[in-house]
Design a protein around this ligand. Structure first.
Ligand code: ADP
Length: 413
């Protein structure tokens, strides 16, 4: 039933999100910019390790799990494509059905304020940005190269997590460091999760009946990684992630904002190299660092029920970190029309949403408890008499990537 020849469609787009040892993918049959069928989605894990695994979920068919060593990203991409055309688990007839590939790229620095068609100049710039996203950009490059290898004739597009934030003014993106570090090393705020903030702000404005071009919106993307963004008239004004995704609030394994002097202090005391310290700040801090148990918010909620004091600190810190950011951005925007919660925690943790909004009660924000508790899809969780609208909008980064890919590739024709 998903065969392209029987369905009116504009383009079948493969969306790829490559990590250093993983490939997440979705195959979308785009009917137009807003309407699509999700043909399949899946995950390749543990690339480079002996126990590699592909989990392929085709729409309306059984899930395929294939466990085998996956030497590199090229082998991983080939596995994905083979699953997509598999006689039993496949959703398309052959590779030619894939008309474009869209890649999520974490860091595009100030090179990119929008998505781009992949060519060697674009690849060079993504490579320069590896310096600012050493855990992500090298993996994205591997993914693009692997895809060029297995689908050489298919156009590829890159969508950057940083692009939406390129409208920030210098006061918001400059750090109060010697100017030369900006000029020599491009040290400035770039932000992240831009695709998500862009999607939920536009979708949220539509859902709330607000004119995006005349609006003040604050988006809270609260997941494993979390960021809050201030948006005026559809454009990013400020965002909590910084030079890298480390800045901002407490996250699953990232510390968020700390006094920068703590870094050299601990390095000296513990005799740590810069790489070891980077690992601690990014991978061993946050929920995991404080609780000593887990980076997952669901575990924190369970531990709180069991009386765990550290987990309680984690969730209280998360609540107030968000409230402080939202409060600060209300001041920066000089008001707010709509506050949006999204991503793993923002979409699923009603208690957190309620607690954050309670901190804004002084200015007339009122939450509809029942709507908030039962919000599983796009939901207005504020009461009609609330001074500010508050909504839960599930994010859909893949749709933005597929849309941009489709638009850029259509313009080639
Ligand atoms: P990532 O940044 O890796 O994309 P997600 O946006 O998926 O992360 O968010 C992961 C977080 O969301 C985890 O802390 C997890 O506990 C939380 N989460 C995901 N699903 C649920 C759920 N159904 N109920 C409560 N929390 C959830």
């Amino acid at each position: 039933m998903f065969n392209r020849y029987f369905n009116r469609h504009i383009m079948i787009v493969l969306v790829i999100n490559c990590g250093s040892s993983s490939i997440k993918y979705q195959l979308l049959d785009m009917k137009n910019a807003d309407v699509y069928d999700l043909l399949a989605k899946g995950l390749v894990e543990k690339i480079g390790l002996p126990e590699g695994c592909l989990t392929h979920k085709p729409a309306g068919k059984q899930v395929l799990v294939r466990e085998q060593p996956i030497a590199d990203h090229k082998v991983g991409m080939k596995l994905v494509l083979d699953a997509l055309v598999d006689p039993e688990y496949g959703v398309i007839r052959n590779f030619d059905d894939i008309e474009a590939v869209g890649h999520r790229i974490v860091q595009g620095a100030d090179f990119f304020s929008g998505s781009a068609l992949v060519d060697e100049d674009v690849m060079k710039k993504i490579e320069i940005c590896c310096d600012f996203a050493p855990l992500h950009n090298p993996a994205h490059i591997l993914g693009i190269r692997a895809m060029q290898n297995v689908l050489p004739d298919v156009p590829q597009v890159v969508t950057f997590d940083t692009a939406f934030h390129q409208t920030m003014e210098p006061y918001a993106y400059m750090y109060a460091l010697p100017w030369e570090y900006y000029e020599k090393y491009r040290v400035r705020r770039y932000g992240a999760h831009g695709t998500s903030h862009q999607y939920v702000s536009r979708r949220g404005a539509e859902f709330a009946g607000i004119d995006l071009n005349n609006s003040k919106i604050i988006t809270c993307h609260i997941g494993n990684g979390s960021s809050v963004t201030a948006i005026r008239n559809g454009k990013c004004v400020d965002t909590s992630m910084g030079f890298t995704p480390l800045e901002g609030m407490i996250m699953g394994t990232r510390c968020g904002i700390i006094d920068a002097n703590i870094v050299p202090y601990i390095m000296k005391k513990e005799n740590l190299t810069p790489d070891q310290m980077t690992q601690i700040l990014n991978k061993k801090s946050g929920f995991l660092g404080i609780s000593g148990v887990s980076s997952d918010a669901r575990d924190m909620m369970r531990l709180i029920d069991e009386g765990d004091k550290k987990a309680k600190i984690v969730m209280k810190k998360l609540t107030f970190d968000i409230a402080k950011l939202v409060g600060g951005y209300i001041a920066e925007l000089n008001g707010v029309d709509l506050i949006i919660f999204t991503a793993g925690i923002g979409e699923n943790n009603a208690k957190l949403r309620r607690r954050v909004c309670e901190q804004l009660g002084y200015m007339g924000v009122r939450i509809d408890s029942e709507a908030n508790e039962n919000a599983h899809d796009e939901t207005m969780i504020s009461t009609p008499d609330s001074s500010v609208k508050v909504a839960m909008i599930p994010t859909n980064e893949e749709l933005v990537i597929a849309r941009d890919t489709m638009e850029i590739v259509q313009n080639l024709i």
